[in-house]
Design a protein around this ligand. Structure first.
Ligand SMILES: *Cc1c(COP(=O)(O)O)cnc(C)c1O
Length: 685
């Protein structure tokens, strides 16, 4: 019995199976929230006796049965790829994974995307394993002080309190300068996909090595490079120590570029390849996703630092130090230039992609110097547009509607499937009533998180804005013309209210200033609420219960953006600049485009003109559409847009579509080429 329940607690499948989640909530609703929805901590706090007692309750027993059924059904359903005999194992490397609030190894969008990648991979059954670091302190939580400033709070996590297990007997080493750092391995189970977390906090390591993995995104280049050595080199070695024959490696961002070098080293030592042979075979199986639309988004390392930390290792692999540095230089041969991880990853990977079509074009322009002499259009960077894991982000109420109208396996259907037409036939009264209910639930949740009791009006058009407070995202664009904003907020007949949430990076002062302006606005205006500590749970509530999702970045700076996909899939209509995913997802029947004059050749944006465009859009189109009601009080045209939004976004911007694109465009061809190269007869020498 308690074995069974432990199995449910340690498998992060619960994060996308409402029936399993419901079991833990039913056992102890308060503790469930107190532990930040951590089933392992919940069970350990209750103890064996407490769990036994709980299982005697009828409601718990019923929930337990339903949870076990959901678990069994998930694993009994044979996903299409599980039986494929492809000689392929993909190693997916990322510095962060956002899977559940209680596993604090993520900071934001990149991590949540990586987490969604694993969940969708589990659903379709691709042979993939994931590697990251085990941060004891995670990323800071956000508090707001009396002066409306952000304060970061770090807390220490114990492995035994988290849904992870230490793998006894697995220990590897990675070279840092002249010494080897020892690495322990933990495992989190994400459905069918194992996520291995590397940990240097071992008593046998010297103190400065023990802290390598204590925090995510440390600003010090020295520590960052150490982390990247542990992830890239240590990660490949950890897979081998566990007997995992990964032959395709997916680098989610440039942080894990050293994985490619370690791959070259192992090919050289196990197959006596020349450096050039090893480089070509390794390269055939390397897939790289770049996420940044600006050069400054990459990591840069000074030659001296690289020499100190990687010199001896490179010598052992047989790579000349200057040639290695040149991999990461815009101008190979310039000894002063730093190593840029994006250039390095682009030159080591056979397949490089951006995260939306538009970002692919931006990336070809930005990084074209990696292939000097090639025309921009010929630069070998394509794109796989991001997607979100629908079973995680859809409100259970919306999933239920899809199950009824489309089919219980809606989450596993291609966008071309004829059954999707049924979405357009969902009765307006039903969809509207579900939406109103989700909005009410959001407001109840807000009441538990808001710093002052919010007076949210269920009838007001509620506009959500939740994302990192980086300057380019312009969270304060609406404040451009304060009288005009005030008029929008206080129209007695057609009231509008805003919910803001988001953190700024601890070192980003301009971002923090914008955050302060927005928090202050919330303190002055009753119709504006700032919710602190944006996290996976709050993100979920906001994208399910707002009426409109607002995104107004400077064009070309939002590589993809994924929160808008989460909103759109729940029938929350997007009002957004045509950037990232919205540039390809936008159609007038499912949302609105904020006009921007920026083009790829003239990317400068005019904040004032765009604020003006945003006000006009809200005043003339969005607000009137929302308040145009029929006799029953239903906004028929609005609901029609909700249906179209759900219909298109649930399939076209799902993580399922994304991982299948990665499979078809990159993993499968990569694995095939590696295998063909492996089977070439040896020429000796
Ligand atoms: C989806 C998500 C993000 C990414 O949102 P963007 O629109 O890409 O900025 C960031 N943080 C959390 C918690 C999320 O769920």
């Amino acid at each position: 019995m308690s074995d069974d329940i432990n199995k449910l607690a340690y498998d992060l499948l619960w994060t996308w199976q409402p029936a399993i989640q419901n079991l833990f909530r039913t056992i102890d609703p308060e503790r469930w929230e107190q532990t930040r929805q951590n089933p392992v901590l919940l069970l350990s706090q209750l103890g064996d006796e407490g769990v036994k007692e709980a299982l005697k309750r009828d409601d718990v027993n019923k929930a337990f049965d339903e949870a076990k059924t959901a678990f069994r059904q998930y694993y009994d359903r044979n996903p299409p790829f599980l039986d494929a005999h492809a000689p392929m194992v993909i190693g997916y490397f990322s510095l962060e994974f956002g899977i559940a609030e209680c596993l604090p190894i993520y900071s934001g969008g990149l991590g949540v995307l990586a987490g969604d990648h694993l969940k969708a991979t589990s659903d379709v059954g691709l042979p993939l394993v994931a590697v990251s670091l085990f941060y004891k302190q995670g990323f800071g939580r956000q508090d707001i002080d009396a002066e409306a400033r952000q304060v970061e709070v770090y807390s220490e996590n114990k492995g035994s309190d988290l849904p992870v297990k230490k793998l006894e007997g697995v220990e590897v080493e990675a070279p840092i300068g002249g010494t080897n750092v020892k690495i322990a391995v933990w495992k989190a189970q994400v459905g069918r996909v194992p996520l291995f977390l590397l940990d240097t906090d071992l008593p046998s390591n010297p103190p400065e090595m023990r802290t390598i993995t204590d925090r995510l995104y440390v600003p010090e280049p020295d520590k960052r490079l150490r982390q990247e050595i542990v992830l890239g080199i240590g990660g490949v070695r950890a897979l081998r120590a566990m007997g995992i024959a990964a032959n395709v490696f997916h680098l989610n961002e440039g942080h894990s570029f050293l994985c490619a070098i370690e791959r070259i080293r192992e090919l050289r030592s196990s197959r006596q390849m020349t450096l050039e042979e090893a480089r070509l075979v390794a390269r055939a199986g390397i897939v790289f996703t770049t996420h940044t639309p600006i050069a400054a988004g990459s990591d840069y390392f000074e030659p001296g630092l690289v020499w100190d930390l990687l010199g001896p290792y490179l010598q052992q692999v047989g790579i000349n130090f200057d040639r290695f540095m040149d991999l990461g230089r815009q101008r190979p041969g310039d000894p002063r230039e730093r190593l840029c991880t994006t250039y390095a990853a682009l030159r080591l990977a056979d397949q490089s992609v951006g995260v939306s079509r538009l970002h692919g074009a931006v990336s070809r322009r930005l990084w074209k110097d990696a292939w000097r002499g090639l025309q921009e259009t010929q630069v070998p960077i394509s794109s796989v547009t991001n997607g979100v894991h629908m079973p995680t982000w859809l409100a259970p109420e919306i999933s239920t509607i899809l199950s009824r109208f489309v089919g219980p396996d809606w989450w596993d259907l291609d966008g071309t499937d004829g059954r999707w037409h049924a979405v357009l036939e969902i009765p307006a009264s039903e969809l509207w009533s579900v939406h109103t209910d989700l909005k009410r639930k959001l407001f109840e949740f807000v009441a538990t998180r808001d710093e002052r009791p919010a007076e949210l009006d269920p009838k007001a058009l509620t506009i959500g804005f939740g994302r990192r407070f980086a300057p380019y995202k312009r969270a304060d664009l609406l404040l451009n013309d304060r009288p005009r904003l005030t008029k929008l907020l206080h129209d007695a007949k057609r009231p509008v209210q805003f919910l803001f949430a988001g953190k700024s990076h601890p070192a980003d002062q301009p971002g923090k200033d914008i955050l302060r302006r927005v928090v202050s606005l919330g303190r002055e205006e009753s119709n504006v609420v700032f919710l602190k500590d944006y996290d996976i749970e709050l993100a979920g509530r906001l994208v399910q219960g707002s009426d409109v999702w607002l995104n107004n970045p400077r064009r070309f700076l939002e590589a993809s953006g994924t929160s808008g996909m989460k909103a759109a899939a729940n029938g929350v209509l997007n009002v957004s600049v045509l950037d990232g995913w919205w540039d390809e997802g936008y159609r007038p029947e499912l949302g609105w485009a904020i006009p921007s004059g920026a083009t790829l050749d003239r990317p400068a944006t005019d904040d004032r003109a765009e604020a003006e465009g945003l006000y006009r859009l809200l005043e003339k189109e969005v607000v009137p559409a929302y308040f145009q009601r029929d006799a029953a009080g239903i906004p028929q045209r609005w609901v029609q847009m909700m249906r179209a939004s759900i219909r298109h976004v649930v399939t076209d911007f799902s993580a399922r579509r994304m991982v299948l694109d990665y499979f078809g465009q990159t993993y499968a061809p990569g694995a095939r080429r590696v295998e063909q190269l492996r089977l070439l007869p040896d020429w000796g020498g």
